[in-house]
Write a protein that binds this ligand. Structure first.
Ligand SMILES: [Fe+2]
Length: 436
């Protein structure tokens, strides 16, 4: 705002008249005011003065020998385009004065002889007008500059936001990549554990895969949180990893015919499993579930003789599924139980070894599942039972949710090999469903 006040600090007026006494009179008139006065006795001398001084107001007589006032003021435009112009004229020269006004070169005319007060007032008003105009221009300029700054700032801001966004996107991509890598590594570890179990005993590995798939199924039915379901699924997958060190002949026996020494060794397996997995952060919860998967509901189990709800829910789920799987698969038993016999046996253990709520939920789930399979005219088969040209009746996923094939695919020998590989490598499905 500084320039606005100082624009007309030194107010310069040029008086042009061929009569020196008039110039003197004008000089006297404005002597006490804060103006810098310049005078010229002809139009030519006036133009010369304009060249040398930054005049803001020109007051010119009209009637002068040589160059007339109007012509002088028109020429003055060239040297002082922003100066205000007043013409002094007699009544007889009104026509010339009007012409000057019409041509836009003169703001005011004052008739001779002038009234001193009127002339002083007019000059004052002209300067006030010039001041206003200058202030206006300065404001306009300031506004334009601020606008430019704003546009600049805005562009800088947009650029910064753009750069920032780009950086965040890149960071996110990197994080996603690292997470994927971590997860991949984690599941590699699980696969390694599973293949260690498999090397020791294919039967235990198959049992673990089946118990894992069914435990996930049951946990989901019980509407547990996805994170907990995953932990239970993992725990079930590795629940018998502690059996790796137990001799084959001990594992072949049912628990009731083990010698005391064998029984003691056998009962170590939940603890050994926990010890194997707990050093891995992401497996700590699963390790705890594994520790307690042989606790009984009535407190008669091992290793900690926990009772009822003191047993982690994942351990109680695995206990039910584990018992069922051992009943229907003759792997560890010398008798081959049918499903219905297995359900009956589960009911007998309900409230003793097994959680009654979970037991009944599991039985209902299995029955409903079987009914659905029948209704849909589907066959539930194992990967190795697949034959060429069978058609999938459901989408096929691994337990990690990876799609293997979609529904309605007619299986080729290569497809079957791929499914068996997926099942062997990643583990997988409760079963494969094909149309009957
Ligand atoms: Fe076990």
């Amino acid at each position: 705002m500084e320039d606005i006040d100082t624009v007309h600090a030194g107010r310069k007026i040029l008086f042009v008249d061929d009569e020196r006494n008039i110039l003197m009179a004008l000089n006297r008139l404005f002597f006490e005011d804060d103006y810098e006065i310049f005078t010229a006795v002809s139009g030519e001398a006036g133009l010369e003065s304009l060249k040398q001084n930054d005049i803001q107001l020109i007051v010119s007589d009209q009637r002068m020998p040589g160059m007339a006032g109007v012509d002088f003021l028109i020429k003055a435009e060239e040297y002082a385009p922003s100066a205000a112009k007043i013409i002094l004229t007699g009544y007889t020269d009104l026509e010339a004065a009007i012409k000057a006004i019409n041509e836009g070169k003169v703001q005011k005319f004052i008739t001779k002889p002038w009234n001193d007060d009127e002339l002083k007032l007019t000059v004052k008003q002209v300067f006030e007008y010039l001041d206003l105009q200058a202030q206006n221009q300065a404001l306009q300029k300031l506004l334009e500059e601020r606008n430019k700054e704003l546009v600049g700032l805005n562009e800088t801001l947009q650029q910064k936001v753009k750069e920032r966004t780009k950086k965040i996107v890149l960071q996110n991509q990197e994080l996603t990549r690292l997470n994927a890598k971590l997860e991949e590594n984690f599941y590699k570890i699980i696969r390694i554990f599973l293949s260690i179990i498999e090397i020791r005993s294919k039967e235990i590995a198959s049992h673990c895969k089946r118990v894992s798939a069914a435990s996930r199924f049951l946990a989901a039915e019980m509407e547990l949180e996805e994170r907990e379901i995953e932990t239970i699924e993992l725990a079930a997958m590795l629940h018998d990893i502690g059996k790796i060190g137990i001799p084959e002949k001990t594992l072949k026996k049912t628990e009731n015919i083990l010698t005391t020494e064998e029984k003691n060794l056998y009962r170590q397996h939940p603890l050994l499993g926990e010890q194997t997995l707990s050093p891995i952060d992401n497996l700590k919860d699963a390790a705890k579930i594994i520790r307690h998967h042989h606790e009984n509901y009535n407190g008669s189990g091992y290793p900690d003789r926990l009772m009822a709800d003191y047993i982690p829910i994942g351990s109680r789920i695995i206990a039910v599924v584990n018992t069922y799987d051992q009943l229907v698969n003759k792997v560890y038993m010398n008798v081959n139980n049918t499903r219905l016999r297995a359900f009956k046996a589960l009911r007998l253990q309900s409230g003793i070894e097994l959680d009654p709520d979970i037991t009944i939920k599991f039985i209902l789930l299995m029955k409903r599942h079987k009914a659905e399979v029948n209704e849909r005219r589907e066959l539930e088969i194992k990967p190795f039972e697949l034959k060429s040209n069978m058609i999938l009746s459901r989408d096929l996923f691994t337990s990690r949710g990876t799609a293997v094939f979609t529904k309605d695919r007619r299986l080729s020998p290569e497809d079957i090999k791929h499914i068996m590989d997926s099942d062997r490598i990643e583990k997988l499905f409760t079963a494969v469903y094909v149309y009957a």
